[in-house]
Design a protein around this ligand. Structure first.
Ligand code: HGY
Ligand code: MN
Ligand code: MN
Ligand code: MN
Length: 412
């Protein structure tokens, strides 16, 4: 695979293998953790690893690891800096799961690119001095069990496995039941063995004007559930003055979040709502919403959420309703290793270094090992929607860049 043209062609071929898995009629994807679609992608991961003689290990948390080791033993067991349990070496990869009707690239691009980067290095005769491991992290979007980066948080001990086991999906199924056992939780034996983690990801905004960029930081962000309790009643016979309508408080909260975010150059989104009883001709008894809030720094994020909660609570007092905010998953500011980011940007010919408002498993891993992210240009900036796209040539440039980085980090 010597020329870029081959790389574009090869990328297109491999990409086509995935594009039908979990695709909805609107072109978006329904790849929820451990759903049939995501399990098919896990099977694809196993097949890709097997075709490259890369043994797959599991961490007991739903994460998969395929390793190319310089000294694979007869059994395929891998050597590495780990304490014998883990593959060690350089870790790369991303996630398969999607938001409902999300795009094709968010997540899978990092895993496909990692396998193709291994192919490229092998085609060029490179032999790593330390293992290169491709990871598929579970439930990065939190679309099924509500906690973002659940797999990498379990791996690094950032969430209690007992709490995680009890997380339920919208059908009331608990993670522990889906996994068939309680998640293993923290695996320092695995994490400690890795020297660095590099995640390639499609950029999810319009800030990257070059084919490839390097991440400097991830905005602090989180998701807060807010429950509004009111009084269910008849839509036709209940006087307006007699109502305690939680939908009013909910609607006000959405508008307040939008206003408070704009005042602070922050981002606030309410994209999910559940109404009880959810009937056209009944005043709701309860409305549940989720606030996704993000800001360039933690003080601004805290001030944003506090302002929204304060104004919503005041409004609930006027509506005769009650409102309660619950933090479901929060992520502090992530500043990637500056030296590593600069080194990689330089290695790639001086590509842009930029922050992102999107969360990633790299954000979780960065608290435990030197971590970097490579971004592939997103021409429209659209993500978490069916229209998410990236040019084949830019994806090929991403594979080339990831191969260069993996070569650099695994050469000694
Ligand atoms: O929500 C996020 O920022 C990421 O795409 N999981
Ligand atoms: Mn398996
Ligand atoms: Mn995402
Ligand atoms: Mn992602």
């Amino acid at each position: 695979m010597s020329s870029d043209l081959d790389l574009v062609h090869t990328f297109r071929e491999v990409w086509a293998e995935l594009s039908g898995i979990g695709r909805a009629p609107d072109g978006g994807y329904l790849r929820f953790a451990w759903s049939p679609a995501e399990v098919a992608l896990r099977d694809w991961f196993h097949a890709q690893a097997a075709s490259r003689d890369m043994p797959v290990t599991h961490d007991g948390n739903g994460n998969l690891f395929a390793t190319w080791s310089p000294a694979a033993g007869a059994s395929g067991a891998v050597s590495g800096r780990g304490d014998g349990n883990g593959p060690g070496g350089v870790l790369t990869g991303s996630h398969f799961d999607s938001v409902p009707h999300g795009g094709a690239f968010d997540g899978p691009l990092g895993i496909v690119s990692a396998f193709l980067a291994v192919d490229l290095l092998r085609a060029r005769g490179f032999r790593p001095a330390r293992p290169i491991t491709v990871a598929a992290f579970a439930e990065e979007e939190g679309s099924r069990f509500g906690v973002a980066c659940l797999g990498s948080r379990l791996l690094t001990g950032a969430i209690d496995p007992a709490r995680a086991a009890e997380l339920t999906d919208r059908d009331g199924l608990a993670l522990g039941d889906v996994l068939g056992a309680a998640p293993a939780g923290a695996r320092p034996d695995l994490v400690a063995g890795f020297d660095a983690y590099v995640e390639l990801h499609v950029e999810q905004g319009r800030a990257l004007a070059a084919p490839v960029g390097v991440a400097s930081a991830i905005w602090p962000h989180g998701r807060w559930r807010f429950d509004v309790e009111g009084e269910g009643n008849h839509a036709g016979t209940t006087l307006m003055s007699d109502r305690r309508d939680p939908m009013l408080t909910y609607a006000f909260t959405v508008l307040a979040a939008n206003k408070e975010a704009r005042l602070r150059d922050a981002h606030a989104t309410v994209g999910r709502v559940e109404v009880t009883p959810n009937a056209t001709n009944a005043i709701p008894s309860a409305v549940r919403g989720w606030l996704d809030a993000r800001a360039a720094d933690e003080a601004t994020l805290a001030a944003l959420v506090e302002a929204v909660a304060k104004k919503a609570t005041e409004r609930a007092g006027r509506d005769g309703t009650g409102i309660r905010f619950t933090a479901e998953s929060t992520t502090g500011e992530v500043r990637f290793d500056e030296g590593l980011a600069a080194r990689l940007a330089g290695l790639l010919g001086g590509v842009p270094i930029l922050p992102t408002g999107a969360g990633h498993d790299a954000g979780v891993l960065s608290a435990h090992l030197p971590t970097a992210m490579l971004f592939v240009r997103n021409p429209t900036g659209v993500s978490h929607a069916p229209a998410e796209t990236a040019a084949d040539a830019d994806c090929a440039a991403g594979v080339e860049a990831l191969a260069r980085v993996l070569e650099e980090l695994s050469s000694t």
